[in-house]
Every structure is written in C-alpha cells, then in structure tokens.
Write a protein that binds this ligand. Structure first.
Ligand code: S3P
Length: 187
C-alpha cells in the first residue's frame, strides 16, 4: 500500500471534499487554479466575485464607486453566507472577503479553506496589467504598488492564516492542490 503524502496521494473514489474555498490576495491565481482543480475533481467551479456581479447587476468596480467599500463588504458577506451551494464545489473568493465579518470562520465551518500564498513583489508583477479592474489598486504604480500590497497583505494574513491549508502559490498546480487536500482529508 502506498503511504499518503501530498506528492503521491490522489483523491480516491468516494473521498468527499465538499466545498473548497480558495483564498488569497488579488492576483494569486484563485480563479485560474480553481477552474483547473474543479475540472480535475469533477466538481462545479464558482467565483464569488462573478456571483456578486450577477446578483447586483453591476461590476464590483461600479458597486464600489456607487456605494463604497463598507457596503461592498457587507454585501459580499451576504452573498457568501446566503448562497445555495451544491454538495461539492471549488469556490474562488474575493481577496478581501476572509478579512471581514466572520467570513473565515463561516468558510471553515462549511468546507475547507486553501490559502494560495505569494510575495508582494510576485503579486505586484502579476497585477500590474490588470489592476484597473480592481478598485483598491488603481492609484498605485511600480514600487508604490509593491509597498501597498505588502501593507495590505500584513493586515490580511492573520485572517488568511486561519486556512485549513496554506501553500506557496509559486508553481502551484491543480494536481498539487488536490494532493494537499487529499492528504489533509486522511487525518
Ligand atoms: C478585492 C478583491 C477582488 C474583489 C474586489 C476587492 C480585495 O477579488 O473582490 O475588487 O479587497 O482584495 P479578486 O481577489 O478575485 O481579484
């Protein structure tokens, strides 16, 4: 019999992973990895930012501009906690969601949380070209963007660190995520 380890474990038939919440800073790869993981597991993929936008009939950037961040945080928490989920799903969450209300506790009570961890520099490099869609990042460029991300990450990590699993996001693949989840599920 093979020993279970993150490298060699593979979800066995009948292993139920339920809801898997991917958490982490903007740009860490929640959506890209989430889609691949869901397809490997045969689970539904859901993106809470998209669910929010569909429910409110506007983009998050528009919602921020119209109602402000405090209203957005309240609504995103409601979207998370009131949504009807299938039995199994991979769910990408917004970068700030774990840090408001009791969202982290709620996710840990309803599924597994997986923190995709990356350095401020790597995040800034990834976000440079797509930061216009993200209201919190718009005004920051170059080194100021790295510094802004470092500050926000320091505020957010106490919440992210409550995740069931924390993994380095550099060269993280859906296969590795599956292995880590499966390994954890054996304990
Ligand atoms: C936010 C992250 C965004 C989105 C909103 C706020 C944040 O989601 O929810 O712009 O506070 O970090 P992504 O992490 O999916 O970009």
């Amino acid at each position: 019999m093979q020993n279970a380890s993150p490298e060699n474990s593979h979800i066995q038939a009948g292993t139920e992973l339920g809801l898997i919440f991917l958490i982490g800073f903007m740009g860490c790869g929640k959506t890209t990895l989430g889609r691949k993981l869901a397809s490997r597991l045969g689970y539904m993929f859901m993106d809470l930012d998209h669910i929010f936008e569909a429910q409110k009939g506007m983009t998050i950037a528009e919602y921020f501009a119209k109602y402000g961040e405090a209203a957005f945080r309240k609504m995103e928490s409601e979207v998370l906690q009131k949504h009807t989920y299938p039995e199994h799903a991979v769910i990408a969450t917004g970068g700030g969601l774990p840090c408001f209300y009791d969202n982290m506790e709620w996710m840990n009570a309803h599924g597994k949380t997986f923190y995709i961890k990356l350095s401020p520099k790597t995040l800034a490099d990834r976000l440079q070209s797509e930061k216009d869609e993200r209201p919190l990042l718009r005004e920051h460029q170059g080194e100021a963007l790295v510094q802004f991300i470092a500050g926000k990450l320091a505020e957010r990590e106490p919440f992210y660190n409550k995740a069931s699993i924390i993994a380095n996001g550099l060269s993280l693949t859906a296969e590795k995520v599956e292995g880590l989840l499966s390994f954890k599920a054996t304990f």
